[in-house]
Design a protein around this ligand. Structure first.
Ligand SMILES: Cc1ncc(COP(=O)(O)O)c(C=O)c1O
Length: 399
């Protein structure tokens, strides 16, 4: 009997999807479930996006497109980069793919040979670990516990880069913690990066439109422009424009990386489809009022969630300044029970919370931090306060 490739054994189904599936199943059974599990935006793109897609459908050539992405898409992305403070990129520096997930996966193939070092902070977005496992990278985790606000310090980065990983992957704002690096923090990390010229830098900044409290979005190439020659910026339309299902991801970086990426596309996806491209161009170039309004809404929701968590004795939560997640340290519950349900760890806790109160959260161990759980607060507005009340009640009932 022929065997599957060894890499399939290294690929795990997404832990986040597993929680979402269980919540869906309980809901189908008639349970009253509030889901704080999956990180999807709670809004749709503006009407101009749908109009552009319809128009493209009428004109659809039905032909293959450019592997890198259409000129219109690349131009719209270059203009978007300028708007968010990253000027100076041209079409030749850019490429597109089927969501940031596909862009990151392909970048791993472009930049890493089997056994090459890949360094990134924990807590991490679950897919980083899975992609790294699939491509056979030598994974180097940099622990950033709640005591350091889940943020990487310059000293930590310096020590990690001294071991010469081939790639350093950096996520700002962060999924799962929602933490955002300030201008000074970014500058301090950039100063370290400059001292380690043998490492590629990949920045996954897909939540760059969701930054609160006037902190602003900052990037290492702004602090140290010389980093451009080995830094790849990754973006996505999913969260900023409410378009996760349209599957558009983009990158900007050194020309040779973008070109190698397009070559991979030529042997893989070929191109982002024409109708999707038209919608993406409209989103990137059209009115930016929806992302702006959502940023204000999510900041207000963040405050509501933080206020609720502050009322739970022993739960510690560094205050996030972006994305739409909070990541409290809930280890105070470990060793306790809720009714008959004993809580040994974060997975037990999430199961008990779902069973007892119908609230779905994702265990922190899925992100490399088993003391925490992730709350995604993009649920319908009417569910937010009741969901938080249920969490508070759950903790109060622990014995
Ligand atoms: C940090 C991070 N990067 C990348 C992605 C993937 O985004 P996309 O929908 O563009 O594939 C996600 C999605 O949740 C994410 O949280």
């Amino acid at each position: 009997m022929p065997q599957l490739a060894a890499r399939t054994g290294r690929a795990k189904p997404s832990a986040i999807m597993q929680v979402a599936e269980k919540a869906k199943r309980l809901k189908a059974e008639g349970r009253d479930i509030i889901s704080f599990s999956i990180g999807v935006p709670n809004f749709l793109p503006g009407p101009h996006v749908y109009a552009a897609a319809r128009d493209a459908l009428d004109r659809d050539s039905g032909q293959y497109g450019a592997n890198r992405g259409s000129d219109a898409l690349l131009d719209a992305f270059v203009a978007h980069l300028e708007r968010i403070g990253l000027p100076g990129y041209a079409r030749a520096n850019c490429a597109s793919g089927i969501g940031a997930k596909h862009v990151l996966y392909t970048l791993a193939e472009v930049l890493l040979d089997e056994g090459d070092g890949l360094a990134f902070a924990t807590p991490y977005w679950t897919t980083y670990l899975d992609i790294a496992e699939i491509v056979g990278a030598d994974i180097r985790l940099l622990p950033c516990p709640p005591e350091q606000d889940y943020k990487l310090t310059p000293e930590q980065l310096d020590a990690a880069l001294a071991k010469k990983p081939k790639v350093f992957l950096f996520n700002n704002p962060s999924n799962p913690t929602g933490m955002v690096y300030t201008r000074d923090e970014i500058a301090a990390l950039a100063d370290v990066l400059v001292r380690h010229p043998d490492t590629w830098i990949v920045t996954d900044d897909i939540y760059n439109a969701m930054v609160f409290d006037g902190i602003g979005y900052h990037h290492v190439v702004q602090a140290r422009p010389e980093l451009r020659e080995r830094t790849v910026f990754v973006d996505s339309l999913s969260k900023t424009y409410g378009m996760p299902g349209w599957r558009v991801g983009l990158l900007a970086g050194p020309e040779r990386v973008a070109t190698a990426f397009a070559t991979m596309n030529s042997n893989h996806i070929t191109n982002v489809p024409e109708v999707v491209t038209a919608a993406a161009v409209a989103a990137l170039s059209g009115p930016q009022d929806i992302p702006e309004a959502k940023r204000a809404e999510f900041q207000a929701r963040r405050d509501v969630v933080m206020a609720a968590l502050a009322q739970i004795p022993g739960v510690v939560c560094p205050k996030p300044a972006g994305a739409f997640y909070v990541f409290p340290d809930v280890s105070v519950a470990f060793g306790k029970s809720h009714g008959d349900l004993r809580i040994g760890d974060d997975v037990d806790l999430c199961n008990a919370l779902l069973e007892a109160k119908g609230v779905a959260c994702v265990p922190g161990s899925a992100f490399g931090e088993p003391r925490a759980l992730r709350i995604s607060y993009t649920c319908p507005e009417a569910q937010l306060a009741p969901g938080l009340d249920r969490i508070r009640a759950f903790f109060a009932e622990l014995t």
